[in-house]
Design a protein around this ligand. Structure first.
Ligand code: SF4
Length: 319
């Protein structure tokens, strides 16, 4: 039986900008099952990264959570103090960012950083922490773990830096990894190696992964469940196989049509642009771009997320 390890329920996030408060995330709910990858997909600015960062309480100063809960280990993370969050961040819930240099300190060697995090979270002495750090670097298949241990971040390639960050998560036995566009900055071969490594960790250690991506090809290959976000709302959620076999929401369908296939002569693009934070669109926020828009309904009523098949939800007035 699957077990929920982390659950976001009815999350609302607003940004306080100079011209007032603007809602960026609306009533978002999603669950991470143990040993599964849940992909959160959408175009940039749709609210997927801000949703992920809210789990770690790493929102920018202008953003604040105005509603909802984030449950991990039977506790609402939103009720915890910064001190309590520091114990969870990096140890039980780890972040693999798009740019590894935002997680690595350029002034310290990889070894120093690993030893420090292990001493902080696992109460190990320096010698045991070093042993465990090298073990972790070997586990993520860094070719010369000892060399990497003594290297500064700038001496490593992008792929090796990502492996070092994954090693930190592994060394601390993180239960959840938030991978925020983890391979965007890497070339295609390294991209596959990093995604395969995350997949192996999931299977071997039962780690749950929240994969933030705009890349549906990655989702089809590596995720178990997918939630599609548009303009701050989840518009479709389904198990990955069901999603690719029987996509329901017009936005998801448009995203799939924009995927390159060997047969496609020309890629279909989605007309128009997603709305900005300041644009106040009534009803379904996708209506200005939707080919199936229903007059007088779609531009005035927000569609509810409804179950359209077993564990498959979609927010569209056509259902
Ligand atoms: Fe298109 Fe209307 Fe469905 Fe929105 S609710 S996706 S505008 S058909």
């Amino acid at each position: 039986m699957s077990m929920k390890i982390l659950e976001i329920e009815n999350l609302d996030i607003c940004f306080n900008l100079e011209d007032g408060s603007h809602q960026a995330v609306y009533n978002v709910s999603l669950a991470l099952e143990q040993g599964k990858t849940h992909a959160l997909v959408g175009e940039s600015g749709c609210g997927k990264s801000i949703t992920a960062m809210s789990i770690l309480n790493l929102l920018p100063k202008t953003a604040h959570i105005t509603g909802g809960t984030i449950t991990f280990n039977e506790r609402n993370l939103l009720d915890l103090s910064e001190k309590e969050m520091q114990k969870i961040r990096g140890s039980q819930i780890a972040l693999i960012p798009q740019d590894p240099l935002t997680s690595l300190n350029p002034l310290y060697t990889i070894g120093n950083q690993l030893v420090e995090i292990l001493q902080l979270h696992q109460n190990l002495n320096k010698e045991d922490a070093k042993k465990k750090a090298i073990e972790a670097l070997n586990l993520v298949k860094i070719p010369s773990a000892e060399n990497c241990f003594n290297s500064y971040p700038h001496e490593l390639s992008g792929g090796m830096k990502q492996r070092a960050i994954i090693a930190m998560a592994l060394a601390c036995n993180a239960k959840v990894i938030i991978a925020d566009e983890p391979t965007t900055a890497l070339d295609v071969t390294i991209q596959a190696q990093i995604m395969n490594l995350l997949d192996e960790i999931k299977t071997k250690y039962g780690t749950s992964i929240l994969l933030i991506t705009h890349d549906l090809a990655l989702v089809s290959q590596y995720a178990d469940e997918v939630s599609v976000m548009y303009a701050g709302r989840i518009v479709e959620h389904a198990p990955v196989k069901e999603f690719f076999l029987d996509t329901n929401h017009p936005y998801s369908t448009a995203l799939l049509r924009a995927l390159p296939t060997s047969k496609a002569k020309k890629l279909a693009s989605i007309k128009g642009q997603p709305p900005t934070l300041r644009e106040n669109i009534e009803g379904c926020k996708f209506y200005p771009r939707c080919s199936y828009c229903l007059p007088q309904i779609c531009n005035s009523q927000v569609p509810e997320l409804k179950e359209v098949a077993y564990n498959h939800y979609s927010a569209c007035h056509l259902n």
